[in-house]
Design a protein around this ligand. Structure first.
Ligand code: FES
Length: 68
């Protein structure tokens, strides 16, 4: 699995993905090689990104270089 932090956007998750809610119920991701997970909180399709981060002007730059 690979997770990419998109600038001012979602977390892009690629590879074998098992996504569950807190009770262990799985989303059916059959046939999906990747998903984008909302990290702005504005999506109406949470936990998935629906592009709302653009409408709300979500800004977040995350990089390992910023941790030093
Ligand atoms: S990150 Fe895209 S809608 Fe939240």
């Amino acid at each position: 699995m690979k997770i990419t932090v998109r600038p001012n956007g979602p977390l892009r998750v690629e590879g074998h993905i098992v996504l569950t809610d807190a009770d262990g119920k799985e989303w059916d991701l059959t046939g999906k090689p990747a998903v984008s997970l909302c990290r702005c909180g504005a999506s109406e399709k949470r936990p998935f990104c629906d592009g709302s981060h653009n409408k709300v002007g979500f800004q977040c730059s995350a990089s390992p270089a910023l941790l030093t």
